[in-house]
Design a protein around this ligand. Structure first.
Ligand SMILES: [Zn+2]
Length: 158
């Protein structure tokens, strides 16, 4: 069964961001020892993704990802969980794991940096993180991520 919540260890920050892009609730560990990480995973029923053999042994609901490359990590994860979504969804903030909600910028205020004004005027939907305020939209960055996820997921199924 596909876990609904994940915990990525310190060495899996990039993988955590991809998981958030497909809408998965993914916390990212920083500056904690193994015992604290195990306790966090248990307390919030999060499935642990780790590059640390000792930690993988200690936590029952975990997957050991030995590769340092996010592409290989993603493929290994999908072999274990073939139901893992592969489509970019604007649900989770890739930076902080906060939840995203549709956002209509006030007409009398400047748009957040980088937001394409003409496309917003033409109806481009925006999404804002409730926790950190980061604004997301469908653009070249998400197109790159979609393309990468599609490629990794196809190759991973062979
Ligand atoms: Zn955020």
């Amino acid at each position: 069964m596909l876990p609904s919540r994940w915990l990525a260890d310190e060495m899996l920050g990039r993988l955590a961001r991809y998981l958030r892009f497909v809408g998965a609730d993914t916390a990212w560990v920083r500056d904690l020892d193994d015992r604290e990480i195990a306790r966090w995973a248990a307390a919030e029923k999060r499935f642990l993704l780790t590059r640390d053999r000792g930690l993988a042994r200690r936590v029952e609901s975990s997957l050991l990802l030995l590769s340092p490359y996010v592409e290989e990590q993603w493929k290994t994860l999908r072999r274990r969980f073939p139901d893992l979504p592969t489509e970019v969804r604007f649900v989770r903030c890739s930076l902080c794991n906060g939840t995203l909600a549709a956002y209509a910028p006030p007409a009398d205020r400047p748009l957040p940096a980088g937001v394409p004004r003409e496309r917003v005027a033409a109806g481009l939907p925006l999404y804002k993180c409730a926790a950190c305020g980061h604004v997301y939209w469908e653009g070249s960055h998400t197109a790159d991520i979609r393309e990468r996820l599609r490629r990794w997921s196809e190759e991973g199924s062979g």
